[in-house]
Design a protein around this ligand. Structure first.
Ligand code: 3EB
Length: 330
């Protein structure tokens, strides 16, 4: 039994976790494969077929050719659009994505609020109401000092747009700064008709309890989420944060070690065996392009065989150089 999930009823027909893989493939062919729930391209040059299941993430990949990320479920998939939302659904799973331009909504806070309102109203009207995992990409995330930083405005708007939808607990999440059009906010999520189980990291203060120095509105996310069948852990963006403090300023190698220690602590907290494997894809967000080769070598050495997608992105605290998120299958 996974620690902290003792009260969760494991349903006889618990939903098997979507399979997540990185691959270099033809996008149209990948979309035609059975059960494709979502397909992600990375960077401005990535192909983006006009299909609601496709997202062109505004983060450049350090690999050429850039792999795509594909999510697949064991069921037929429906898909469509609903206003600014694009969605797909199958086998109890729901994918929803929204992209907004801050100039249309009156700034960073209002845009994040609108994105979250639209997503939560859409999800609330569907069978799959349990939002397990959210990804957020915004431009110039560290622009502005202190409370004026764009990330802080994003946190305000996200919390306002969520309302009480996450009163029982936040989803796992990632929030990263992209280098594309600064006005563009991208948010996408994975929801299910069955609940997951939130996991926190005993080495870290829960983000929603961060002290005031990190902003007016603490970040609204759980450190990880066990999926309904307890067959996978969705891991939030994880960096060299210990307690509430950023550790190892200006030391990439030490931040990487601390991040891996945090990832292992999360696996232990979820009651999972240690380590990552060839089935458990991770993403590493690297602030400085010049650090990409070091991060790649470090992870190849420490996590041999683990699929890692290296992306150029800014971590939401300006002193953090790298962040890792991803999936660990049981
Ligand atoms: C941290 O541990 C690093 O605002 O959704 C990680 C994952 C971080 C998600 C978010 C922020 C978010 O506080 C930052």
């Amino acid at each position: 039994m996974i620690q902290g999930c003792e009260n969760q009823q494991i349903q006889a027909l618990a939903r098997r976790a979507p399979r997540v893989a990185y691959r270099v493939a033809n996008a149209v062919a990948a979309l035609a494969e059975p059960g494709t729930l979502a397909l992600f391209g990375f960077g401005a040059g990535s192909a983006r077929p006009d299909d609601p299941r496709c997202v062109q993430v505004a983060l450049e990949s350090f690999d050429a050719p850039a792999p795509m990320e594909q999510w697949q479920v064991d069921a037929p998939v429906d898909y469509g659009t609903d206003g600014a939302l694009r969605w797909s659904a199958g086998g109890g799973w729901l994918f929803a994505a929204i992209e907004l331009d801050e100039r249309d909504h009156g700034g960073t806070t209002a845009t994040a609020k609108s994105a979250y309102e639209q997503l939560h109203h859409f999800v609330a009207a569907r069978g799959a109401q349990h939002v397990l995992r959210v990804w957020n990409y915004l431009g110039a995330i560290n622009r502005g000092e202190g409370d004026a930083e764009r990330y802080k405005h994003f946190c305000d708007g996200r919390a306002a747009g969520m309302g009480d939808f996450f009163a029982e607990g936040f989803p796992a999440a990632t929030a990263i700064g992209h280098h594309g059009d600064v006005h563009r906010l991208q948010v996408y999520l994975l929801a299910c008709d069955q609940p997951g189980c939130r996991v926190e990291n005993p080495r870290q203060i829960s983000a929603w309890r961060y002290p005031r120095q990190y902003g007016r509105t603490p970040p609204s996310f759980a450190r990880a989420m066990v999926l309904p069948a307890q067959d996978a852990l969705a891991i939030s963006g994880t960096a060299a944060v210990v307690g509430h403090a950023s550790a190892h300023l200006d030391d990439l190698d030490a931040q990487l070690h601390e991040t891996l220690t945090n990832l292992e602590a999360l696996l232990a907290s979820a009651g999972m065996a240690a380590g990552f494997d060839t089935q458990s894809p991770l993403k590493a967000y690297v602030r400085h392009a010049a650090d990409a080769a070091y991060v790649r070598e470090f992870l190849q050495h420490r996590l041999p065989g683990v699929p890692v997608l290296l992306l150029h992105g800014d971590i939401c605290r300006s002193e953090l150089l790298v962040e890792i998120d991803g999936w660990r299958y049981a």
